[in-house]
Design a protein around this ligand. Structure first.
Ligand code: SF4
Ligand code: SF4
Length: 213
């Protein structure tokens, strides 16, 4: 899932301060926590109140679509709802926001979320934790299934750095040391010899860009 947090209301009010008719577009896709119609309606109520405190009256429409990162869906489902809309606040991750901005260049599209990482729930209903940084050259076969880029604070490919204490990262004692986790996994699998393999620097050409589907 793609993990996001909502931007502060004041930042959102600044985005839309010069417009009156705003569409808040939710996304029912992979954004977590959920950012669908209910969240769009809640946000519209909060912004309406925030607007009144600034002596500004907004008129909000709310909607949601299955995936804001899908050009076809956005073009067919969102376009008809843009009549009279001066600006869009998107509750999707950064990919959805960019899709809307590209498809509707004549309307300002603002992100209502900060997009953080691709993650998983540690336990049901518990904290979301980064698990993959989309590096384009997956190393999990060499690291016991633990991502060194997402789980090591320095993103080291040939860890550990030597600063770990009691299994925690030297840069953030709240975080487990990613390379200790890798060591423990490889030990369980009887594959500690993999730690002796040198992993060359990342090829940053493989990050992002385009792939055929
Ligand atoms: S090694 Fe790269 S692709 Fe594999 S989990 Fe980590 S960031 Fe994602
Ligand atoms: S202590 Fe562990 S997680 Fe932190 S930077 Fe060093 S190797 Fe990476």
């Amino acid at each position: 899932m793609i993990v996001t947090t909502q931007k502060p209301l004041d930042e959102l009010l600044d985005f839309i301060s010069t417009y009156s008719n705003i569409l808040i577009a939710g996304c029912d896709g992979c954004t977590q926590p959920p950012r669908g119609l209910r969240e769009a309606k809640t946000l519209s109520q909060l912004l309406e109140l925030g607007g009144k405190l600034r002596n500004k009256n907004f008129s909000f429409k709310t909607t949601t679509i299955a995936k804001q990162c899908d050009y076809y869906l956005v073009a067919s489902m969102l376009k008809p709802q843009l009549e009279g809309v001066e600006a869009v606040l998107s509750l999707a991750c950064g990919i959805g926001v960019q899709t809307l901005a590209e498809l509707f260049p004549e309307i300002p599209v603002f992100p209502a979320q900060n997009t953080h990482f691709m993650g998983a729930e540690e336990r049901e209903g518990a904290i979301l934790e980064e698990r993959c940084a989309g590096c384009g050259d997956c190393l999990l076969a060499l690291t016991g299934g633990i991502c060194p880029i997402a789980r090591c604070t320095k993103g080291l490919l040939n860890g550990a750095c030597g600063g770990s204490k009691d299994g925690k990262c030297e840069l953030n004692p709240e975080r487990d040391c990613g390379w200790i986790l890798i060591y423990e996994q490889l030990k369980k699998k009887g594959k500690l010899d993999l730690l002796k393999e040198f992993r060359p620097p990342r090829d940053y050409q493989l990050t992002g860009w385009k792939v055929s589907t």
